[in-house]
Design a binder for this molecule. Sequence first.
Ligand SMILES: Cc1cc2nc3c(=O)[nH]c(=O)nc-3n(C[C@H](O)[C@H](O)[C@H](O)COP(=O)(O)O)c2cc1C
Length: 372
Amino acid sequence: MAGSTFGNIFKITTWGESHGKGIGVVIDGCPAGLPLCEEDIQIYLNRRKPGQSKFTTPRKEDDAVEILSGVFEGKTTGTPISLIVFNKDQKSKDYSEIASYYRPGHADYTFDMKYGFRDYRGGGRSSGRETIGRVAAGAVAAKILKSLGISLLTYTRSIGPVSIDMENFSADEISNNALYMPDKEAAKKASAYLETCMQEQNSSGGVAECVITGMPVGIGDPVFDKLDANLAKAILSIGAVKGFEIGDGFSVSTATGLNNNDAFAFAPNGSITKETNHSGGVLGGMSDGSPIVFRAAIKPTPSIAATQKTVNKSNESIAINIKGRHDPIIVPRAVVVVESMAALTIVDLLLSNLGAKMDYLEQIYKKFPIQK
Ligand SMILES: Cc1cc2nc3c(=O)[nH]c(=O)nc-3n(C[C@H](O)[C@H](O)[C@H](O)COP(=O)(O)O)c2cc1C
């Protein structure tokens, strides 16, 4: 199966199935000398771990990561970094029925048509557990970004009809509630809405938002490798993500040039700045120095206990009630996945930018000792 590798220079390959022995990632192209330990990665993985609240699947997994290679005496060596998480709480029996039919909203039908065969246990490779590899690699990418003064803040912007109020925004609140919302009041309302969904054996969608600050100007390449195009691919590659917006996003279609353009101005220190940020920090595919702001629309969890219509492999129309353990909302656990994919995208583009002009090459290579 192709398509499990992401990135050009900082390249990751995720592997493993939901109910296989384990799941993980190989990172190729990580610069040598980055201080790295399992705890750095575990902090990220803990943000997507199941069983943390009544709104996440009760599957009990430690998701404890082990570094198998690429780190020596606490620092990356420049060789491939292999990271593994062993699966522990597989209950494959819960899934034996789904071998014979196609769950609406899942990849069962398309997998069978494409490959003629699928690992149906827990969704196999299409499971939300595949994102463990993305998040483990994202933690490494975020550590590189932190050392360069670039940081990412990601949170739940809305759940169903409940949106955060920007006037109540508090970054400290994000990790205080199970929904990762930066607005305490909105989190309460969203919890009540989710309770209703659960009573009705139904699920909800929502929106995750990510803000990247400290970006230097000019990251991203102007034609096919635009920063926003790369981000869109990264985010839309996450299961259940159905929409991507940067800056004012879809609302630009009803704006006018006068209110959509961001006026340039001089900052007190004389540098060029923008008075507004409708562009979301990207102009012509390159970062413009303002915060990068983007959103991901995430669909309602497809596995619901309510009765649904489908067909089986014996060509019968049937009614099903999906068993097994599923989140009534995917967004809170996807927040760190969105952040990880953004970190991976930015690191890859920063590395490729090193070849953008002679200045950079001279700064690096003129320092090299040369034998005459
Ligand atoms: C972090 C994460 C957790 C997920 N958990 C579940 C889940 O518990 N139950 C479920 O039915 N789908 C879950 N999904 C979504 C499915 O994997 C996804 O919708 C399905 O593979 C079909 O792919 P598509 O929605 O991209 O078309 C999760 C996705 C992510 C990113």
